[in-house]
Design a protein around this ligand. Structure first.
Ligand code: PEP
Ligand code: MG
Length: 550
């Protein structure tokens, strides 16, 4: 048995024949003396055609892997216009070199520069430059860039795959991907995950063409490529693969289906996201909406307060991409474990109980108003809702609603378009909010239970402290009682209640959620289809809280 260890970048187990993909392109000749006008025109034509192909590729990517993948190819098309990149080409053309040589040198220079950068993200962009340059070179040589053909499904192996090669892969013919280079943040890895193709990257030079035609197991979870498994390993892997395949087929068959139990009770499955880049996965997994958009990413990623325009663009991107499905944007939730230097917050002994989330917003109304204006403006481009985190007082909600009304009036006065019916909801993540749920419910349009913090505050157990182990238990009867209190108060007031903490994805808890009449579960994109499958095989009327003895 030979085990090659790489980095698991997309989950799944597959068994198949390794197909080493070789790109063949002869190096361009450095010879000079070419007709400058003619070579410049050839290069221009190839660049223009490459740009067109990339825009077509963007549409293909949009259909197969969502808007973020599409954006990647749009960026590639823009790279073709980059003045530094084209400037290098022009220098070689002016020196009498061929269009091929000019494109090859420019690509190499940029690839080398990016590959030597400290930043891992920038290093990965070297593959993008190689992809774009390769496309231009193929067009100059009259080579069509169709991906290789094979007769039966294979484990596709390569030094590295470019994003455009990955997105063009026929899912039915590629069992998995194994590459010598690449890492978890490479676009190829991201696309593989979005397209649900198991993948292992970074296998290194040991994994080379001598393995072409050999059969292997690839294990996306552990990053292993296993040749000639011993009998026990073979049996264990075959069994795991069978279970996983059945499960995956069941989950994929859930796309396009309703989130409804056998007896007709609806529970919407939505997604939690942390940035606009996550929307592709939300769409690929067919979620019913975004149940929690953690807007703080904008603040955490910035070196200074993000302005209204910058925020507006990010929220609009998500709202528009979701095409009418609801996007709940949670207002700024920093403090505690999410510290942002430029806020210059005082050092606190107990930051989880300090000036955080809504408390900061109410103390810094300028920051709050900027965010609310951006969210309201984005509401003209989709179905947006606003949610306030860490509520503990009725007056906090009243103040939030008053500020929202003022912001709406301001926008009206300025003649700026927004949706007049943006729903306003709150997170129930403090015991105080749960105990006051009957007073809070009539004030808002929805509740969402943040079980991560609710567990922390109910059990007085720091969610950041790994040493607390079993003491931090979201299944604790006190937390479940809190869920019941809040759900009952919401329903008495006629508003829906969701759960957006990690507990929502726990399918063992589904009968409890059904018994409580939870209306929405918001989970990570990869948990949507498994949860839908569980909902569709449940019967709500059989679910009771009796066994829990609450
Ligand atoms: C929660 O507390 O459950 C929640 C969803 O919010 P966050 O994890 O961002 O604090
Ligand atoms: Mg929280």
């Amino acid at each position: 048995m030979i085990i090659l260890q790489g980095q698991g970048v997309s989950k799944g187990i597959e068994y198949g024949t390794v197909y080493f993909y070789r790109r063949q392109r002869a190096a361009a000749s450095p010879q000079t003396g070419h007709d400058v006008t003619e070579q410049r025109a050839r290069l221009e034509r190839a660049r223009a055609e490459a740009g067109e192909q990339l825009l077509q590729m963007a549409e293909l990517a949009r259909a197969r892997a969502g808007d973020d993948a599409a954006e990647l190819f749009e960026t590639h098309a823009m790279l073709l216009e980059d003045e530094d990149y084209t400037g290098v080409m022009e220098r070689f053309i002016a020196g009498g070199h061929s269009a091929e040589y000019a494109a090859e040198r420019a690509g190499e220079q940029f690839e080398r520069m990016l590959a030597s950068m400290d930043d891992a993200y920038m290093r990965e962009r070297a593959t993008d430059i190689r992809d774009v340059t390769g496309r231009v070179l193929d067009l100059l040589g009259g080579v069509s860039r169709e991906h290789p053909d094979w007769d039966s499904p294979v484990i596709l192996a390569a030094h590295d795959l470019t994003p455009s090669e990955t997105v063009q892969l026929d899912r039915n013919m590629v069992l998995a991907i194994a590459t010598q280079a690449g890492s978890t943040s490479s676009h190829t890895a991201i696309l593989a995950r979005t397209m649900g193709i198991p993948a292992v990257c970074g296998l290194g030079e040991r994994f080379n063409e001598t393995y072409h035609g050999h059969e292997a197991f690839i294990v996306g979870e552990t990053g292993e490529l296993i040749f000639d498994p011993d009998p026990e390993t073979l049996e264990a892997l075959t069994e795991r693969q069978k279970v996983q395949r059945e499960q995956r087929e069941l989950w994929r068959s859930m796309v396009g289906k309703e989130d409804v139990t056998l007896d007709g009770v609806k529970v919407e499955v939505c997604c939690n996201i942390g940035s606009p880049e996550d929307v592709g996965a939300v769409i690929a997994n067919d979620a019913q909406g975004v149940g929690l958009f953690r807007s703080e990413f904008l603040y955490l990623a910035a070196g200074d307060y993000p302005g209204e325009e910058e925020q507006f663009r990010a929220y609009r991107q998500v709202a528009a991409a979701m095409e009418g499905k609801r996007v709940i944007i949670r207002t700024l939730d920093i403090g505690a474990d999410k510290q942002v230097d430029y806020f210059r917050l005082e050092k606190e002994e107990n930051p989880a109980m300090g000036l955080r989330a809504i408390r900061i917003c109410l103390e810094r109304p300028d920051v709050f108003r900027t965010q609310l204006r951006a969210i309201y403006r984005a509401s003209a481009y989709g179905k947006v809702a606003i949610m306030f985190p860490m509520i503990a007082n009725v007056w906090e909600v009243e103040e939030c609603l008053r500020i929202c009304a003022e912001v709406r009036e301001e926008l009206r006065q300025e003649g700026i378009e927004f949706d007049e019916h943006v729903s306003l909801g709150i997170m129930l993540e403090t015991p105080a909010a749960v105990l006051m749920a009957d007073r809070l419910a009539p004030l808002v349009d929805f509740f969402s239970m943040g079980t991560n913090d609710l567990t922390q505050y109910t059990l007085a157990c720091d969610r950041q402290c790994s040493g607390l182990g079993r003491f931090y238990d979201p299944h604790h009867p006190a937390v479940l009682r809190a869920l019941k209190l809040a759900a009952d108060a919401a329903h008495a007031a006629g508003i829906p209640v969701g759960i957006c903490g990690e507990l929502a994805a726990d399918s063992d808890m589904l009968p409890v959620f059904l018994a409580l009449g939870i209306d929405e579960l918001s989970v990570t994109p990869d948990a949507v289809l498994p949860l839908r499958a569980a909902i569709r095989s449940s019967t709500a009327k059989d679910c009771t809280l009796d066994l829990l003895d609450l």
